[in-house]
Design a protein around this ligand. Structure first.
Ligand code: ADP
Ligand code: ZN
Length: 712
């Protein structure tokens, strides 16, 4: 079997993504490889396909037990024989796994690193026919990576023990030091396959943190039932936020490292199985989760660095469908994180990383460019899918604005913080202002026309332009720089990005949900398919996305496959899945098609036919109705015939007499075809002795008689 054939047969996909095929061929040729791809990039296929094609067993080292089970479930659902061993298994389970291994049926075996090198396991390895080793999350071996795990260290001896077996290492960590470290520590050939880290299906938005609860509420309300994660800085915040959202009627849970492990596992399960759609969590959440239909990720607070941020937003949209990310940014968070960074063991590095994060949050150019440049990747064009691209900032002459603020600072002998500056500019009546006599300053109230929010944003920009510094040692007082003085005395001009009102900003950043009628129907069908999926998932005890991804369901809702061929064309429907579930899904689609057809019929029926009936009921004759409605009598007769055929209680005597009807029904009963399906033929058969309407009524009468016969 070729890799292409395996891709179609087992996974139901048509094309490889960039680097997948080359990497697969490298393994098939017996070489080592290091795969660097973002989360959701499609790393797993790279070792899964060679494992199925080749003789023998592939060993997959993976750090997380929960992930192992899901990956194995996903493989099994695609008809690939896979298993895992870990310490949590019962001995009966282990025996079953072992039996299958000795039978030689298993193609992939997932193990934790600490298991791999135990003596028992080593003996097992020596007796089996191993095709190659795959090391997932390979950055865990490097202390440079962000997730060093001591158990991974032992993997260094793998190459010594099995010098002839290829090792493929996989990671989503992009930085070069870690990559080189992985190659060195695993002693593998330096064969790197590096994919773009761009995830164009993720929209990027940064929003001011003011009123974020309301923004979140609106955001979720627009996406009913969709899965999402909200990351918060602290445990307490995750709990509070979840409570608040629940009080607003949403189904959310919180998650953090301080919870009981069993409770954590439960929440994770409920999330994976679409039973709790929204999780408010600290960054402890997500590592062991491979859920492909997370539709959005929000950051309630500013993250510490871009690596973490990118990993977290990467959990959205693994299925490749459009997904949203929102970061709430406030200066307060930045200050707090700066303090954390300074107190950390490595203040320089941490502050530098935070600065890059800040650049992202405050960007006035395409945010995706900034993100990717962090990973040493250059995007040529603006992405068009970030808030900056969608609402390019306008600049204004900010010299006068800056002068007002600087003058206020100078006139207080640089004794005020940013928030006091704003209060003075806005002419606040706060007690402290009067106590300190600031109401007499010339610029007191000189900035009333701007909101607190706008001043905050402008002051932030002024800070970045270097007009003043913040003295963190002394109550965050603002100190005007020499450059600031130049602006103050009119020696230089200053350009600022225009800040609209908060409401304007929210309006601009709100994703516009224009839903066409077709999309509306699609989403109704999608919901039905999703229901079926969750029933099947529950019966089989696997997460829903393992049955079919959202992407497959979306495509089904759009293309409505009912035959085998049509179903097999849907991305993600391989042979095994078609046999297992395909028909159930096409039945639902078929049913949906029929109901929709009927609804459409009843719409036509409803509008024009029922109006005719109403007029009949009011006692109008067919001729009168025709005149009133500007239709021919023939049309109205056809309405009456149709109503009669639909079982409505209408008087047809003006179209056909009782005797005639009985006679006609007998004649029609002798025709070799049902008259209803072939009115024209019958019309000709009787040499135009009966009108169309009469034939239709006759046919319906005949049907009614048949029904009566079978009933009595
Ligand atoms: P990673 O391990 O890199 O995070 P996965 O291997 O889980 O990513 O792949 C992410 C998603 O992309 C999965 O749903 C997978 O089935 C899908 N996928 C992988 N390769 C392809 C492909 N060539 N065509 C379509 N979908 C693919
Ligand atoms: Zn952009």
């Amino acid at each position: 079997m070729t890799p292409q054939q395996a891709l179609e047969k087992y996974f139901g996909y048509n094309e490889f993504r960039p680097h997948q095929l080359e990497a697969i061929n490298t393994i098939l040729a017996g070489d080592d490889a290091l795969i660097i791809m973002p989360t959701g990039g499609g790393k797993s296929l790279i070792f899964q396909i060679p494992a199925v094609i080749q003789d023998g067993l592939a060993i997959v080292v993976s750090p997380l037990i929960s992930l192992m089970k899901d990956q194995v479930d996903a493989l099994v659902s695609n008809g690939i024989h896979a298993a895992f061993v870990n310490s949590a298994q019962t001995s009966a389970d282990k025996k079953k796994v072992l039996d299958d291994l000795y039978d030689g049926r298993t193609k992939l075996l997932y193990v934790a690193p600490e298991t791999l090198l135990t003596r028992n396991f080593n003996e097992l390895l020596n007796r089996l026919n191993i095709s190659f080793f795959a090391i997932d999350e390979a950055h865990c071996i490097s202390s440079w990576g962000h997730d060093f795990r001591p158990e991974y260290g032992q993997l260094s001896i793998l190459k010594d023990k099995f010098p002839n077996k290829p090792i493929v290492a996989l990671t989503a960590t992009a930085d070069r030091i870690t990559q080189a470290d992985i190659v060195k520590l695993l002693k593998i050939k330096d064969n790197r396959f590096i994919s773009s880290f761009d995830r164009p299906n993720l929209s990027l938005t940064v929003a001011p943190a003011q009123k974020r609860l309301q923004v979140i509420d609106d955001f979720i309300a627009e996406r009913p039932g969709s899965s999402g994660i909200i990351y918060t800085l602290s445990r307490k915040m995750s709990e509070n936020l979840s409570t608040k959202l629940n009080a607003r009627g949403y189904n959310t849970a919180f998650y953090h490292a301080q919870m009981e492990p069993s409770e954590r596992a439960r929440i994770q399960e409920e999330f994976i199985n679409d039973r709790i759609p929204i999780i408010c969590a600290t960054i402890a959440f997500g590592m062991g989760i491979d859920k492909s239909n997370v539709r959005w990720v929000m950051h309630y607070n500013l993250p510490k660095n871009i690596e973490g941020f990118y990993q977290q937003i990467g959990r959205a949209g693994r299925d490749g469908l459009p997904s949203d990310t929102v970061l709430f940014y406030t200066y307060g968070d930045l200050e707090l994180l700066q303090k954390f960074a300074m107190d950390s063991g490595q203040p320089e590095i941490q502050l530098e990383k935070l600065k890059r994060m800040q650049q992202y949050a405050e960007a006035t150019t395409c945010r995706r460019k900034i993100l990717l440049s962090y990973f040493n990747e250059q995007l040529e064009d603006n992405c068009g899918n970030c808030d900056v691209c969608k609402n390019p900032p306008k600049t204004v002459d900010g010299t006068e604005l800056a002068q007002k603020a600087l003058s206020a600072i100078i006139r207080t002998q640089e004794q005020i913080s940013a928030s006091m500056t704003i209060d003075i500019l806005r002419g606040s009546g706060r007690k402290e202002i009067y106590e300190l006599g600031y109401q007499d300053i010339k610029t007191y109230g000189a900035g009333r026309e701007l909101s607190h929010f706008q001043w905050q944003q402008y002051l932030m920009q002024m800070l970045h332009h270097g007009l003043f510094d913040i003295d963190y040692q002394d109550h965050h007082k603002l100190k005007v720089t020499p450059y600031g003085k130049k602006i103050l005395f009119g020696e230089k001009k200053l350009e600022l990005v225009k800040i609209g009102s908060f409401q304007d900003l929210q309006k601009a950043q709100k994703p516009k949900a224009v839903v066409s009628k077709k999309q509306h129907k699609e989403s109704k069908l999608f919901d039905k398919l999703r229901e079926l999926r969750s029933e099947i998932a529950q019966e089989n005890g696997v997460p829903a996305y393992i049955i079919f991804s959202d992407k497959s369901l979306r495509q089904m809702a759009e293309e409505r496959p009912v035959s085998r061929d049509e179903m097999m064309k849907i991305s993600g429907v391989g042979e095994h899945k078609y046999l297992q579930y395909g028909r159930q899904f096409s039945l639902i689609i078929n049913e949906f098609n029929i109901t929709e057809h009927n609804n459409e019929q009843s719409k036509i029926y409803g509008s024009t036919f029922l109006y005719t009936k109403k007029l009949l009921d009011e006692g109008l004759s067919i001729a009168e109705i025709a005149k009133k409605r500007h239709y021919s009598t023939m049309t109205i007769e056809s309405h009456v015939a149709r109503l009669y055929a639909e079982g409505e209680d209408v008087n047809v005597s003006s179209i056909i007499s009782e005797e005639q009807l009985v006679e006609l029904a007998v004649l029609l009963g002798e025709l070799p075809y049902p008259v209803d399906s072939n009115l024209k033929k019958a019309f000709e058969h009787f040499k135009e002795e009966f009108s169309y309407a009469q034939l239709k009524i006759g046919g319906a009468h005949l049907e009614r008689q048949k029904v009566k016969k079978t009933l009595f």
